[in-house]
Design a binder for this molecule. Structure first.
Ligand code: NAD
Length: 368
């Protein structure tokens, strides 16, 4: 049987720098844990525009469709601000998400012990936190019709429409239940069924999918506004939260920032299962291309490395190896190693991007 395929799209700015550290980690797992991937690299964003005049070629799109998982660095930069809308680097990423129909956006909020002090919440509230927000990404109020701004009498009216079909709700609910089975086996679904019909349907469909296919998973429901309060009051009560596009946009940002810096936050976007049973999947750090620090060895590679840990867990069924990698990251932080984004101005000397990658690889060595 051939090895699973991994397509690396490093992109722009700090993308290639952080991805170089991920390559070290991929090589480590191949050499030491027998996890061999067929790794290939291609261009996306400004880098693809510079080479081919488009932020994503049809050939790269085709390779992405055929890959078992994609790992993306970041796209964008001031050099490309003048381009037409359709040629901008971000369009390459949006095309990937759209054509692969990546409808479930996974944003973990995980608190590494050594960074608990970075949170705006008390250490005992966030210490050891490990929750996952699953946001529906391809429908809802950001896409529903009718939409627009028109004139009614003497004033303008702005309209957006919240619209969900049963199948759109059912498929993202399945993603959440599948994830929960690989975690603490609990899902909390959030909507506003008290004031929105789309929320009533959301609650009904999630309940039906649960009863028919996932009754082994614990399911609860919460209104999204109460969910926001509970996330800041006692976030550790949750395991997986599933919610729609708009509420997920807000709740995932809120949950992620409970735990600290942008340089630490991974994400995944998953679609329907492929013929081999793996979901279509794109893994990427939450941060952008950080042009202000690009090329200086200052970028924190941890968000991108943790995105690979998510790939191990959710695309390749290697939960124990994902744990090993996350434990190595935690150990490096516990030793006091920090890239500049994790330090104050008087906190000593930061380590460079490559040194952080090397230190994580060394902790992996120590785990054997
Ligand atoms: P950004 O995330 O690139 O940077 C925001 C701030 O966080 C900057 O000060 C940056 O130095 C810092 N930062 C980000 N990642 C870091 C890391 N790994 N280590 C250390 N510090 C880090 O957001 P921005 O400045 O608003 O956008 C810059 C470019 O990135 C724009 O062109 C934007 O369109 C693009 N962008 C791309 C994505 C993506 O590829 N998914 C996401 C957001 C922004």
């Amino acid at each position: 049987m051939s090895n699973p395929s991994l397509l690396i799209l490093a992109g722009d700015g700090i993308g290639p720098e952080v991805m170089a550290e991920v390559r070290k980690i991929i090589d480590w797992f191949s050499k030491n844990r027998g996890l061999a991937f067929d790794v290939s690299e291609d261009l996306v964003g400004g880098a693809a525009y510079d080479a081919h005049g488009t932020p994503l070629t049809d050939e790269t799109m085709q390779r992405a469709q055929e890959s078992d998982a994609i790992l993306l660095g970041a796209v964008g930069g001031p050099k490309y601000d003048v381009l037409d809308f359709n040629l901008k680097p971000e369009r390459g990423l949006l095309r990937l998400r759209k054509e692969m129909d990546l409808y479930a956006n996974l944003r973990p909020a995980q608190c590494f012990d050594a960074l608990a002090e970075f949170s705006s919440l008390k250490t005992e509230v966030v210490g050891g936190l490990d929750i996952m927000i699953v946001r529906e990404l391809t429908s809802g109020v950001y896409f529903g019709e009718p939409r627009g701004i028109h004139k009614e009498g003497n004033e303008r009216v702005g309209i957006n429409t919240q619209r969900y079909t049963e199948s759109e709700i059912a498929r993202v609910a399945r993603s959440a239940f599948e994830l929960a089975r690989k975690r603490d086996n609990r899902v909390c679904s959030m909507e506003k069924a008290n004031v929105m019909e789309s929320g009533v349907l959301w609650r009904d469909v999630v309940t039906e999918v649960h009863a028919a296919e996932y009754s082994d998973v614990e399911l609860s429901h919460m209104y999204a506004d109460a969910g926001a309060m509970q996330l800041t009051r006692w976030p550790k009560q949750f395991d997986v939260i599933v919610t729609d596009n708009l509420f997920g946009d807000l709740l995932s940002d809120l949950a992620a920032m409970l735990t600290g810096s942008l340089g630490m936050l991974p994400s995944a976007s998953l679609g329907a299962p492929m013929a081999n049973g793996r979901p279509k999947a794109l893994y990427e750090p939450v941060h952008g291309s950080a042009p202000d620090i690009a090329g200086q060895g200052k970028a924190n590679p941890i968000a991108c490395i943790l995105s690979f840990a998510m790939a191990l867990r959710y695309s390749f069924d290697q939960g124990a190896e994902a744990d090993r990698l996350e434990t190595a990251v935690n150990a490096v932080l516990a030793d006091g190693l920090r890239t500049a984004d994790l330090m104050g101005p008087n906190d000593g000397t930061p380590v460079a991007t490559a040194a952080m990658g090397d230190a994580i690889a060394a902790k992996l060595d120590a785990s054997l």
